[in-house]
Design a protein around this ligand. Structure first.
Ligand code: XMP
Length: 317
């Protein structure tokens, strides 16, 4: 019978045996899978695990600082890399969703390769791949797919030539969470909603600027913190806000305003393949809408997305 205790015990022993004194480099995303993989590897090889956490400037508000702090508390050997400007430069002027994904994938590879080169004698690439990623790898539209398509020309970056260690590749998501709990990883990491690799870039329709990121981070934080304080966060599979590329007329005091529109999205789902829009309470939506319009400069209208998947997708891009 599978238990997380026995999984941790056996896996740590196997990793010790397999890796010995070797060095492993692993990219942390702030998500559940890479965090659990890192802590598991850390139990086996300690400081020989070198974690890299990249700030791509497309994360949620304050997330980089908060998650980095959690990683330090867990004792991980982690380097936070501020690459915000590199990503904004790579994205400048791009509006097409797939071009944005490609630019982000390529920039991530460049940053990660540079950081991996700085670790002398690194032999392995650690990854938080879980079982559904293995079986669904054909349909993945995430950065990994982008990485492959981009680097078919000109050869693989050096870190992709490393031997790969994927300690979670036999587990389902709920099992990963149980393992994380056994390892003492805090609930604010384990209970986190899924968040796409390209981050807020695919929730800002059109081109990306730091100003738009700032607006969307503020809107998103009001929505997510509201879900948490009303006890709704754990009932929702994924939630977020989308900055629409349109302006609409509003009124503030005696003044006519002409400002941006944001959409809120919350869905229930089991695996992201299908999803239903969440019937959040009207009172809650009303309160969040008021708070957003009152507090976030540049936004004068909030709409709620009531489409399910299929035929809509969870993300707008
Ligand atoms: P869609 O929009 O296809 O999203 O219904 C399904 C799930 O996948 C996430 N998603 C992505 N994750 N890179 C990722 O790592 C991506 O490019 C990407 N696009 C969508 C989405 O957030 C949802 O959980």
């Amino acid at each position: 019978d599978w238990t997380s205790d026995s999984f941790v015990e056996t896996t740590v022993a196997q990793l010790k045996e397999k890796l010995g004194q070797d060095k492993v480099v692993l990219g942390l995303s702030g998500g559940v899978d890479s965090s659990v993989a890192a802590v598991l590897l850390h139990h086996a090889i300690g400081k020989n695990l070198y974690c890299i956490f990249v700030d791509n400037g497309l994360l949620r508000k304050d997330e980089f600082e908060q998650v980095l702090e959690s990683y330090h508390s867990l004792g991980l050997n982690v380097k936070g890399v501020d690459s915000k400007q590199r990503f904004y430069d790579a994205l400048a002027g791009l509006s097409d969703p797939e071009l944005k994904r490609k630019a982000i994938g390529k920039t991530f590879i460049d940053v990660f390769d540079q950081e991996a080169h700085a670790i002398e004698g690194v032999a392995w690439l650690g990854q938080g791949t879980i079982y559904p990623d293995v079986i669904e790898s054909v349909s993945v539209k995430g950065p990994s797919a982008t990485i492959k398509s981009h680097h078919n020309v000109g050869g693989l970056p050096d870190f992709m030539k490393l031997k790969v260690v994927e300690p979670l590749n036999t587990l389902f998501k709920d099992e990963v969470r149980k393992v994380g709990k056994t390892l003492g990883i805090p609930q604010d990491i384990l209970g986190r909603h899924p968040f796409p690799g390209p981050g807020l870039a695919i929730r800002i329709l059109g081109d990306i600027t730091p100003e738009k990121v700032d607006i969307l981070q503020k809107v998103d934080a009001i929505f997510i913190n509201g879900l948490k304080s009303e006890g709704l966060y754990d009932q929702v599979w994924q939630a977020g806000a989308i900055l629409l590329p349109i302006h609409s007329v509003g009124v503030m005091g005696d003044e006519r305003t002409y400002e941006q529109v944001v959409a809120l999205r919350a869905v229930s789902s089991l695996d992201g393949m299908t999803a239903d829009w969440c019937h959040l309470p009207y009172e809650f939506l009303g309160k969040i809408s008021n708070e957003i319009i009152n507090k976030v400069k540049g936004v004068n209208r909030v709409v709620y997305d009531i489409s399910s998947k299929p035929p809509a997708t969870i993300e707008w891009e």
